[in-house]
Design a protein around this ligand. Sequence first.
Ligand code: ADP
Length: 372
Amino acid sequence: MMILIVDDKSENLIALSKTLESRGFQIDTAISGEEALKKVLKHPYDLIILDVQMPGMDGFEVAEAIGGYSKTADIPIIFLSAVNVSKEFITKGYASGGRDYLVKPFDTDILVLKIKTFIKLNQVQQSLQTEIEQRKLAESKKDEFISIASHELNTPLTSVKGYLQLAENSLGKQRLDQTKIFLERSKKQVDKLNHLVADLLDTTKIASGKIKFNYQHFELEPFMQNAIESIRHSYPGKQITTTGVSLSGISLLGDENRLEQVMLNYLSNAIKYAPDSNEVTVDVQLLPDKHLQVSVIDQGIGISHERQLQLFEKFYRVEENANRFQGLGMGLYICAEIIKRHQGTYGVQSETGKGSTFYFKIPINPVMADLN
Ligand code: ADP
């Protein structure tokens, strides 16, 4: 802890410095108010002990100037005075921003106690201020999230309402073929809503540590086929190619549904963020260290290097593309949590405009005791 002592008499400076140094404080000194002001702007002092009577700027003026700079306004000041002990002076001392007013001769032990208390109070105040700032950020992010989430939920809901109305009309006209089409369309929108709500629930479960996993041995080949088929079904125009090794006869200990969620997320992102390409490749490798590595490769818009690190964070969306593509930024965050819980790792390789490869790597036989 660094303390600045300001006094125009060098013998006072030396005596007080020695006393406080012997109590473990680091001390700097200034021989005038002007010198003190220069020093406080350069060094982050924890406390200032200020003589009241000085030629040039007196202690009160120095305190007022220190209180005027935002950088130094919070440094606690203790006034020391030999003569001005009247109530009027003491009041002036507090008014100019001092925390305490001591009259010489003073008890060194009491001064040390006061210094420690003021420094501690100041630290508490600063950490509270940081906390308040952080919460105000978090708060505005939350507001932004609620507004995006309401919009995302509202869009499919409005479509469902519209399609149901159309279905009702065509039913009135006995046009059952049309009714069926409108009901199919509204079902798709309900699926979308279902997905969004499930993701929201997963996100809150992760935050509260309540997401549950159901670990069992399952066959990898049908697992992979199901995930790819399900995406082919949802996006019939897209071509999904598989490369790598055969998974025939290989089983993995994990939560099949949750891992399918990761596959579907990677695959649907590969389609969503590649509006001008029809091709997605799924590459599967079995690594010598008995890990399954799955890479989903697209030829889409890609992601710049500086954005790649944040992709798997909660609610993170690449700003430049946020208006062009709808989403809440929860998918990859949930994937990251699922992969971590399977003792795995994940990542992305990408270049803007050239496409992306999202991969994950998980052990085929994880350490049972570590699964939770
Ligand atoms: P969402 O798609 O709802 O925004 P995700 O968590 O799935 O949420 O993805 C986070 C962000 O990562 C997306 O907003 C997007 O900017 C970026 N991203 C994800 N996958 C891809 C991809 N295959 N190509 C380009 N950008 C991607």
